[in-house]
Design a protein around this ligand. Sequence first.
Ligand SMILES: *Cc1c(COP(=O)(O)O)cnc(C)c1O
Length: 425
Amino acid sequence: MTETTDQASTGQDSDQAQTWRDDFSRVLSPVFGSPQLDLVRGEGSYVWDAAGKQYLDLLAGIAVNALGHCHPTWVQAITEQASTLGHISNFFTSPAQIGLAEKLHDVLHLPAGSAVFFSNSGTEANEAAFKMARRAGGGGRPFIIAIEGAFHGRTMGALALTAKEAYREPFAPGVPGVVHVPYGDVDALEAAINENTAAVFIEPVQGEVGVRTHPAGYLTAVRELTTKVGALMILDEVQSGIGRTGSWFAHQDPEIGEGVVPDIITSAKGLGGGMPIGATITVGDANTKLLEAGQHGTTFGGNPLSCAAGLAVLETIEKDNLLDHVTETSEWLKTQLAKIDGIGEITGKGLLLGLELTGGASGDSATGAADAQVPDSKAVAARALEAGFIINPVAPGRVRLAPPLTITTDELTPFIEALPGLITG
Ligand SMILES: *Cc1c(COP(=O)(O)O)cnc(C)c1O
């Protein structure tokens, strides 16, 4: 087989996988590395590659495919909307846009004055919140606090809020004014926050660092301290919202949110169930103090097509009682996972779970889990893929599961059975 970068070579005679890998690297950006699969079809909790192999999707497009793949209600909503009215610009509104905003008000029990701004992604939802933070208290508050381990997106504003140095450093100078405080440390937050602080950005469940909630009392302290100095509390629910943890939004779960009411909530990922959409939601009079007409905008944000998809997602979660389904499925899943040698701490909630890999009892006694070599999460994910399971090696020694909210225990059973072997190799 001849390997060539010659554009005239179609690669017809090379094997199928090598062909699409070559095609990919010839025409697409290398920022994501080499893709793992060439996927052609999805249905419910499964996707299929070009060779016809089936995979159980335990990542759901990174917590996006809330209803699974190609849910009939979602497909119908998009098809009908696309054939009726697809895009109109924000000089105009549409029933789908108003309908989705109303539904968000509804599930969040938003007080009068609250308002939704639609965009197209999580990072954009946070960009809008960042601009609102710059206007907090009428402007003139130069500092924003974010938390170590935080991920808020990749555009310049959201990137400044993201904790990981390696993501920010190549693009210095970044947007100024962001201070990162240590995770879970109320004293450090208290020392950092003052009248120059515009906002504290925080994920109720940190996803990208390996799925973790905050220590008891931390979100309450964030709310108290922000209120005391007149700063905004901005909850990034891009990953944790839309039923993921068994509540509409994670902070509505008393165990996670401790009853706090934020000033701003950002949403995306699961909101469109696979159509791109983001939302920045101001709570109560936070809205009237922040962006005025003309201070922000978007061409695509809030288009009828994405909003129709979002409305179908929220209505299906409600109609099919998926919040309870998530909680019940999660309880079963966690019970099964806890029995597996080689899995330590299970973090997160609902169907957003982080699994600590401890190495199991391979080559050791039954008591030796902690002493066994910790398996590389990337190697575990690669073996899982080979066996037909899509999981995410979110951090070294940690795997993230974020399957469709619709997944069943029957669908999960083969994964539970295979997992011990996938961990030990
Ligand atoms: C994924 C994610 C983002 C960024 O969303 P994009 O749609 O990729 O821009 C922001 N915040 C959190 C918590 C996320 O998980």
